[in-house]
Design a protein around this ligand. Structure first.
Ligand SMILES: [Zn+2]
Length: 258
């Protein structure tokens, strides 16, 4: 194949129209905001936690979505056998449809936290919509919690910290919680568990999905994840406990320096 000759460039090339330049700029800014909304440990707005600073060998285990009977039937016995309490980020409308499952979680000592009301892709919605997504869920969860939660947790659906959601979280007094241990895409439970354990370090927040049909690998891997973390010397707890312990550690340190 022979190369085509380079076309001769016109000397009188017209510059692109202003609207095209503006459109390109808008696309670049929107693209940048979208990228930022995906960053695990950085938010333009509102408090965000993707891990905590601590020397204690302790991590938080978090489960997103649901609750579903299938998910709870699979993981609650495993957690109980290991004496582990975890944080469940649950979807408001699913909790409303299956309140007995929320009760099961709370009765077993787990932390229930906010994962929005509808779990839609929440792009370009009104501020009122974002605020209802968070406050309706928080109001529902409060009916099950043993104690009133001040400064609770919100995990943005798909981990996307859209500015409207971040502002709503701030107004609701919620801290956005992402994760620093990514969920593996491995389909083999042993490999899935190995990848989680490898990433985990003191202060880590681990993300798992166990609620739906497609999450069989994670359900099968949970005992191996817990075994692996224990073998690495890492205790497993809730986001709330992890944050409280890290705060107490920092305060004790400040006390010593005084
Ligand atoms: Zn989710």
């Amino acid at each position: 194949m022979t190369a085509e000759p380079e076309p001769v460039k016109s000397a009188r090339r017209r510059s692109p129209p202003l609207w095209l330049i503006l459109l390109a700029l808008v696309a670049i800014v929107a693209g940048g905001l979208w990228q930022i909304s995906n960053l695990r440990c950085f938010a333009l707005l509102g408090p965000l936690m993707c891990k905590v600073e601590t020397t204690r060998p302790e991590v938080a285990l978090t489960f997103d979505d649901g609750p579903t009977a299938r998910g709870l039937d699979a993981v609650l016995p495993v957690l109980r056998a290991s004496g582990v309490r975890a944080t469940f980020f649950i979807i408001g409308q699913e909790a409303e449809a299956r309140p007995e499952l929320v009760k099961r979680l709370v009765d077993a000592g787990h932390e229930v936290a906010n994962h929005s009301w509808s779990h839609q892709r929440m792009v370009l919605r009104s501020q009122g919509f974002y605020e209802r997504e968070l406050s309706d869920t928080e109001t529902l969860l409060d009916q099950f919690r043993e104690r009133e939660v001040v400064g609770g947790w919100f995990r943005p659906p798909y981990g996307k910290k859209l500015p409207g959601l971040a502002l709503a979280a701030q107004r609701e007094g919620l801290t956005m919680v992402t994760w620093d241990v990514e969920e593996p895409s491995a389909t083999d439970p042993a490999e899935y568990a190995r990848e989680i354990v490898e990433q985990a370090k003191p202060g880590s927040i681990i993300l798992m999905h166990v609620m739906y049909d497609a999450n069989g690998t994670a359900r099968a891997a949970l005992p191996l994840v817990l075994q692996g973390l224990a073998a690495k010397g890492l205790a497993v707890t809730t986001v709330g406990r992890l944050a409280d312990n890290a705060r107490a550690e920092k305060e004790a340190e400040a006390e010593r320096e005084r």
